[in-house]
Design a protein around this ligand. Structure first.
Ligand SMILES: N[C@@H](CCC(=O)N[C@@H](CS)C(=O)NCC(=O)O)C(=O)O
Length: 314
């Protein structure tokens, strides 16, 4: 059984039907076909990690779109804040952006280590080989939802007392991990121009060497175009845009007229939806989503509520 490296792109190495696609690049073959050798497994791992990140939002535009009302945050009490937080990430990874939405909203200062998706040399020390990884005062936390649970418990236990909202919040956080993330790849790699747009972002914002940038952009875009078709099948998606619009509408329905799922302030589900959508928001697919659904107002409120990154610039 082939190892499957990530939730969002877990299936990328899996589809056997992909063998009809002639791929010149050994790395890419390993990624798509999953041959049995250790060397190819290693190549596949390295390539698949490329597929995780995808294009990011240009937050600069956001301010112009939203009303001037700035929502007051509820920063955690200083004594609840960790002293030293380091996020190992891919800039365009939806799971990493989910964690960042949480850290930014709660004004938790953090340093970022941008991981090279090919070599992953920045996380060689870790047994867990995906991102995000969050180091919190020396403790390693893996997996976006676990990171948010653990950190949230430490910080939010002092803030959130209303347990009645927890079920709804949990339900929608699960929806993000089990449904929403799966709709994203088929959309951002939907056709050659969107796949290139996505990889343009990935390569210009990720940690790649000069040479890697060029090969990855074109090889990656071509591969993902085909792989996204397999993903559609895997998740029973017939029309990827319709699925994205439907997910956006489902979310707005869940809001049920409230500013946020959390009421007048975002809760963890708001932050999760916002975080995973952030990398696609200003790509063609994200613009289409905002144009064709009712999600835009909520998204703009979230941009305003989350505010500036609390990231510590090196
Ligand atoms: N369930 C994990 C998924 C993390 C994940 O799949 N991350 C991708 C990047 S978006 C990754 O690190 N892929 C590299 C690999 O699987 O080798 C989470 O929520 O953090």
């Amino acid at each position: 059984m082939r190892r499957v490296p990530s939730i969002l792109f877990r299936t990328l190495a899996a589809p056997r039907a992909a063998t009809s696609f002639a791929v010149p690049n050994r790395l890419l073959q390993a990624a798509l076909y999953g041959s049995a050798t250790a060397a190819s497994r290693s190549h596949r791992r390295r390539f698949s990690s490329l597929l995780g990140p995808f294009a990011a939002a240009s937050l600069g535009v956001a301010g112009a779109l939203i009303s001037q009302e700035v929502l007051a945050k509820e920063p955690p009490p200083p004594e609840a804040l960790p002293n030293d937080v380091v996020l190992y990430q891919f800039e365009a990874c939806p799971f990493c952006n989910k964690v960042k939405a949480f850290l930014d909203y709660y004004d938790i200062p953090y340093k970022v280590v941008e991981v090279n998706p090919l070599s992953k040399k920045e996380i060689k020390w870790s047994e867990y080989q995906k991102v995000p990884i969050l180091m919190v005062d020396g403790e390693q936390l893996n997996d976006s939802s676990v990171i948010i649970d653990k950190l949230g418990h430490k910080i939010l236990s002092k803030i959130i007392v209303d347990s009645t909202s927890e079920d709804e919040e949990t339900k929608w956080r699960r929806w993000v991990d089990n449904h929403l993330v799966h709709v994203l790849s088929p959309n951002i790699y939907r056709n050659t121009s969107e796949a290139l747009e996505s990889f343009e972002y990935i390569t210009s914002n990720g940690n790649f060497s000069y040479l890697e940038k060029f090969s990855v952009k074109y090889v990656g875009a071509a591969a993902m175009y085909f792989v996204s078709k397999k993903l559609k099948k895997k998740y029973n998606i017939t029309d990827e845009r319709a699925a994205l619009y439907e997910a956006a509408e489902t979310w707005v329905d869940a809001l049920d007229g409230r500013e946020f799922l959390g009421g007048s302030k975002p809760n963890l589900a708001d932050l999760a939806v916002f975080g995973v959508l952030k990398p696609i928001r200003y790509l063609r697919s994200g613009k289409d989503m905002v144009e064709h659904t009712r999600i835009g107002e909520w998204y703009a409120r979230m941009e305003s509520a989350v505010g500036e990154p609390s990231r510590i610039k090196a």
